[in-house]
Design a protein around this ligand. Sequence first.
Ligand code: FE2
Ligand code: FE2
Length: 197
Amino acid sequence: MFIGIRLVKKKNKYDDYVEFYELVEPIIKTEEYLKRKEFPHHIDESAYDHMMRVAFDCYKIGKRSKMDYKSLTIAAILHDFYEKPWQYQTEKLPLFKQHGFTHAQNAIDNAKKVYGSEVVTKKVESIMKTHMFPLNIKPPTSREGWLLTFIDKVDSIDFILHPVILFKILRKEEIDQERKLTLRKVKNIIKRKNESS
Ligand SMILES: [Fe+2]
Ligand SMILES: [Fe+2]
């Protein structure tokens, strides 16, 4: 009996990975999505890695809490699907035009352009739209929206509070150096792409 319960638990855990992968696979396999492996997000990690982690946490918690976890997972895997790496923006923009305030809508527009409105449904759009609350002042309108907002922040804080990253933050000089390197890397990638097209 005890062994039987343990086996069922293991099977369910495996099923979660399979279902998660089946949900996100058509999105993450596209050339456009794979480019996010080259988009620096926070220090030393890509937008691809960040979205993958956030989406899996949303999937797990959303499913166990009986939310609309399929819409939530799609919204989470696309929530930072903005068009260009924000580090590449060199022109000085007014505060409300800066990345933090605009990228949620930009991610929705870009996702609709690439995947269409069968993937980016009204529900998916509403979950994505408010993920930067309170920076975007409109709060989430569903449980799924609140969960994405929360997990996205936890993931960022978690990452920033990693001892190695914290050490780098304390040594501001090093971080500035790293930002310059990241920017140079992004510029080179874009330059190479422009040359080959
Ligand atoms: Fe975001
Ligand atoms: Fe994010």
